[in-house]
Design a protein around this ligand. Structure first.
Ligand code: DGL
Length: 261
């Protein structure tokens, strides 16, 4: 059982930022990563469409015999994870904007959240915010356009920088001291964000928490692969232009395949 791979999916390449954290914590595991880049961004789609796309992704990963599935996408998690858990008999780990850690860290009691429209409008995000951010002022900003640019390999472009400046200006004026990255594509913007944000503003994301949760759920279910005699295998699939994904995961021994999907 423990030797089966862990499945990880995202609307595109963003979930690789989460996979990286999981691999650090679980170096003996095999992974299958699915980038549904042909359908990115999910953030502008209806909840029903997001659920259908997620089911297709999960069914692909289950056909590959995955023992656990990480939904490495805030938009997919906040719109679909409860239905996925009801529909499939495999443990799921999701990712949500890190409102709770930001609420615990803020001194100014003002926190910014940059996420997709689909995440910010979801019932799950709104109930989490209500639960953990009482007494905190949360400034929400849709990152419209960012995912598309990152998917095109333009995370370091002036276009991205201009959008970020425009998105962050109002919340910086209000005095936030924590910025929550509520989309798994956004860790790729950290170099640009560091140039824009004043030193007192902390960037908060959920990658490490997701990795820790993945390890703990595997352990609880007796699914950890503790056989480190075989070299771990990571396979990546994408259903559109592989170049950007290949560049992100570029290291020896990694398989990147095209998927007609
Ligand atoms: N990585 C996805 C997320 O975490 C991007 C969503 C999108 O495709 O719009 O929300």
């Amino acid at each position: 059982m423990g030797k089966q791979p862990i499945g990880v999916f995202d609307s595109g390449i963003g979930g690789t930022s989460i996979l990286r954290e999981i691999v650090k914590l679980l170096p003996s595991e095999d992974f299958i990563y699915l980038a549904d880049s042909a359908n990115a961004p999910y953030g502008q789609k209806s909840s029903e469409t997001i659920i259908d796309l997620c089911k297709k992704n999960v069914e692909f990963l289950l056909e590959k015999d995955c023992k656990l599935i990480v939904v490495a996408c805030n938009t997919a998690t906040t719109n679909a994870i409860s239905i996925l858990r009801e529909t499939y008999d495999v443990p799921f780990i999701g990712i949500e904007p890190a409102i709770k850690p930001a609420a615990l860290q803020t001194q100014t009691k003002k926190v910014g959240v940059l996420a997709t429209k689909g995440t910010l409008s979801s019932a799950l995000f709104n109930s989490t915010s209500k639960l953990y951010a009482s007494g905190i002022k949360v400034f929400e900003q849709e990152g419209t356009g960012l995912v598309k640019l990152i998917e095109s390999g333009l995370a370091k472009s002036n276009e991205v920088r201009n959008l970020l400046e425009q998105f962050l200006r109002p919340m910086l004026k209000e005095g936030i001291d924590c910025l929550v990255l509520g989309c798994t594509h956004y860790p790729y913007l950290i170099p640009a964000l560091k140039e824009i944000l004043p030193n007192n503003v902390k960037i908060v994301d959920s990658g490490l928490a997701v990795a820790q949760q993945t390890k703990s759920v595997l352990k609880k279910n007796g699914l950890l692969n503790d056989d480190s005699t075989l070299a771990p295998k990571n396979i990546f699939y994408s259903n559109t232009n592989l170049a950007v994904l290949k560049e992100l995961v570029n290291n020896s021994g990694v398989e990147v395949s095209y998927l007609d999907f």
